[in-house]
Design a protein around this ligand. Structure first.
Ligand code: MN
Length: 246
């Protein structure tokens, strides 16, 4: 397919008595700029709609948002864990299962890397300042287009290295949680200098399954590494079919 369709799983929140979905438009334009067609995947639809949407996408993008319910990885809720929406967790975990079964590319950003990891049986640090703690501020006050800390790729970083073409880069940081134990089939492929996992990828090099803890969608204007991530997703999705194969 020339213009692959990238499904973007959205957030959900309550405003008064109304339930709304939300997605930062920066993800949509990053996908468009890379040559993909963004398709919104709202949580909470019935199975027929969810399956119908899934059958039309060539790849899946999981985006930022609140915390995953710690019950999903067998932990009690930390006092700093917040913005938990079980309907969203359910939807995104279901989408990961579908995408893995159909061998569709997955890119996962910020909350996305966390929910991807939990969907594959991994666990999370619930609040980095208290667990494990460290010298690096992962909740930056600077604007999103500004990188504030370094990440270093591990020797295992095959796909991420092929995309970035560098062993270390500077990234932005807007997270208070992070991957603790990588899920089945995932490996940590980049860390910040305090040891926090900043990227994971599939151990199966034939699968495009990539999670990053930073927000490349906020950096695409100035940062070629951020653009390279979206281009790699779209390029991989060009080779991926859909159920309808249109
Ligand atoms: Mn960080």
């Amino acid at each position: 397919v020339n213009a692959p369709v990238i499904g973007i799983a959205t957030g959900i929140y309550n405003q008064g008595s109304e339930e709304r979905i939300s997605v930062s438009t920066s993800y949509l334009s990053a996908v468009e700029t890379a040559g993909g067609v963004p398709l919104i995947l709202p949580p909470g639809l019935d199975k027929r709609s969810t399956d119908g949407l899934f059958s039309r996408i060539n790849g899946l993008l999981l985006i930022g948002g609140g915390d995953v319910d710690p019950a999903r990885y067998g932990e009690k809720r930390h006092e700093k864990t917040g913005d938990v929406y079980p309907v969203r967790d359910e939807h995104e975990i279901g989408m990961v299962a579908r995408a893995m079964a159909a061998n569709r590319p997955i890119m996962a950003i910020c909350r996305g890397i966390q929910v991807l990891n939990v969907a594959l049986g991994g666990s999370l640090h619930q609040d980095l300042p208290s667990d494990p703690g460290g010298p690096i501020r992962h909740s930056q006050k600077e604007p999103g287009k500004q990188a504030t800390h370094r990440i270093v790729l591990s020797p295992d970083a095959v796909r991420l290295f092929s995309i970035l073409g560098a062993r270390e880069i500077m990234v932005n940081s807007f997270h208070h949680q992070a991957v603790k134990r990588p899920g089945d089939g995932l490996q940590a492929v980049a860390h910040s200098d305090d040891g926090v996992i900043e990227a994971v990828e599939s151990k199966d090099k034939d699968r495009f399954v990539l999670g990053v803890q930073w927000h490349p969608e906020l950096m695409v204007t100035d940062d070629p590494h951020a653009r390279a991530l979206f281009s790699a997703l779209v390029s991989s999705c060009r080779k991926s079919g859909t159920a309808t194969d249109y």
